[in-house]
Ligand binder design. Structure first.
Ligand code: PMP
Length: 448
């Protein structure tokens, strides 16, 4: 019988005991890891997580992007405590106090006509629900998403995730299709912005029009493609997409699960193009580390789909614990002006990264917005051959030296998304570690 709480004095052997238990009992198949290696994390505060050995790490991945308000934020912790002494779980079909308060607050933050919200537990379930709503409202089936998108790994959300993680995971929905993403650094049409006049969108919709045998239902997209490689659409892309959907009676669903609530320096990513979508989904740092998601749409759409018989209850839909955490996270975003914090974190990060790009040829592109920033590594700036191995090695080097971030696009894009609690000194420290890693990898890139 094993008990992980049987701590020994020797932390190194404790870690190895835990990893032995993980090898025996923990299921792998995780997005960034298939090995049984350390660290083993035990605690977190603000921008720092600590492992079983007591070693601290700067968490520039914000956990799984859900601790963007800082780990264990006191306001979130307080809301959880309050829910523990009032009500954790509730009947899904009877209104509860916390869900009404949260829906009211979200309606105040979102632009007109986005007024009606339903709450779930994960980003995937909110996106699946949004698609269901779009299908019922339009009477259509086909849904489209850019080819670098990530909307979750449940069966329904994986069907509209095109950034990867699909092969051998079928069957996936046959009425979900990829369109061309505005990946300007590697434009699939070899065009140049702005002279291309959004050729990616024009081509994609030409194909949608040519293929559709019935009313298409919706386009779902992130407002900045995070897991697909920190790909930031050029200004105007979202507005053009909005118009092209509306022209065809298709709904526009914006997955703001990573980009909303201040991450890009505005409350929502869609503000950057001054548009209002038909449906918005939130998750990730909504809840400040507690799993809660939302799907918000207009009263008109809600009325139509409920009349059509939409039923969406899950065991934990609208639970008071989740909604209390959601409400607390919105209060933090406003009280601490998280959009402004994201802007200043991003400015400092970008200035470091541009400096490193001057120094290291391996950095082919520096991009992002707010506190969601990435660099793309290439072996040659002309051919743009991706530096997969180098990216993976740099990521591991930094992890070993106390800096956590994730690599995407098979290692060639390094993604930094520090929590809003991150100080300038912590950013300087992280960038020094990255600089050392880049210095170490330079000869390797040349000889490979
Ligand atoms: N949409 C986006 C933009 C995401 O980044 C993620 C998670 N990485 C999801 C959806 C899926 O959320 P979940 O893992 O909570 O289902």
């Amino acid at each position: 019988m094993h008990d992980c709480d049987d701590y020994t004095d020797d932390v190194a052997s404790l870690e190895s005991e835990l990893l032995t238990l993980a090898r025996q009992y923990s299921f792998r198949g995780r997005i960034d890891k298939t090995t049984f290696s350390g660290p083993v994390l035990v605690s977190a505060k603000g921008s720092i997580v600590t492992d079983i050995r007591g070693k601290e790490y700067l968490d520039f991945n914000s956990g799984q992007a859900c601790a963007a308000l800082g780990h264990n934020h006191p306001r979130i912790v307080e809301a959880i405590h309050q829910a523990c002494s009032s009500m954790l779980h509730s009947h899904s079909s009877i209104y509860n106090l916390q869900e009404i308060r949260l829906a009211t607050k979200l309606a105040a933050i979102m632009p007109d006509p986005l007024r009606k919200s339903l709450f779930g537990e994960s980003g995937s379930d909110a996106n699946e629900l949004a698609i269901l709503v779009a299908r019922l409202f339009t009477g259509g089936k086909d849904v489209f998403s850019p080819h670098v998108s990530y909307h979750g790994l449940s069966s329904g959300s994986r069907s509209i995730t095109f950034a990867g993680w699909r092969r051998n995971h079928g069957p996936l929905a046959s009425d979900a299709h990829a369109i061309l993403a505005p990946y300007c650094y590697r434009c699939p049409l070899a065009a140049n912005f702005p002279s291309c006049d959004f050729a990616c969108l024009r081509t994609s919709f030409e194909l949608i029009d040519a293929q559709s045998s019935a009313q298409p239902a919706a386009v779902i997209t992130e407002t900045l493609f995070s897991a697909g490689g920190v790909i930031n659409p050029p200004a105007g892309w979202l507005a053009r997409l909005r118009k092209m959907c509306a022209d065809r009676g298709m709904l526009l669903i914006l997955d703001e699960e990573q980009t909303g609530l201040g991450k890009l320096g505005t409350m929502f990513g869609f503000e950057r193009d001054n548009i209002v979508p038909d449906i918005v989904t939130l998750a990730k740092h909504f809840g400040g580390g507690v799993g809660v998601s939302s799907m918000t749409t207009s009263a008109q759409i809600e009325e139509t789909v409920v009349e059509a018989g939409l039923t969406v209850t899950r065991s934990h839909s609208n639970d008071p614990l989740l909604c209390a955490a959601g409400l607390a996270s919105l209060e933090v975003v406003e009280a601490e002006d998280v959009p402004a914090r994201s802007r200043s974190i991003g400015e400092l990060l970008l200035s470091h990264l541009w400096r490193l790009a001057d120094k290291f040829e391996l950095i082919g592109d520096v991009r992002g917005c707010g506190s969601l920033i990435g660099i793309e590594l290439v072996l040659d700036r002309e051919t743009k051959e991706p530096a997969y191995v180098e990216g993976q090695q740099i990521t591991q080097y930094c992890l070993d030296r106390g800096l956590i971030f994730s690599s995407r696009r098979n290692g060639s894009v390094l993604r930094f998304m520090p929590p809003s609690t991150t100080t300038p000194a912590q950013i300087d420290q992280a960038m020094e570690t990255l600089q050392n890693a880049l210095a170490m990898s330079r000869p390797m890139a040349r000889t490979n």
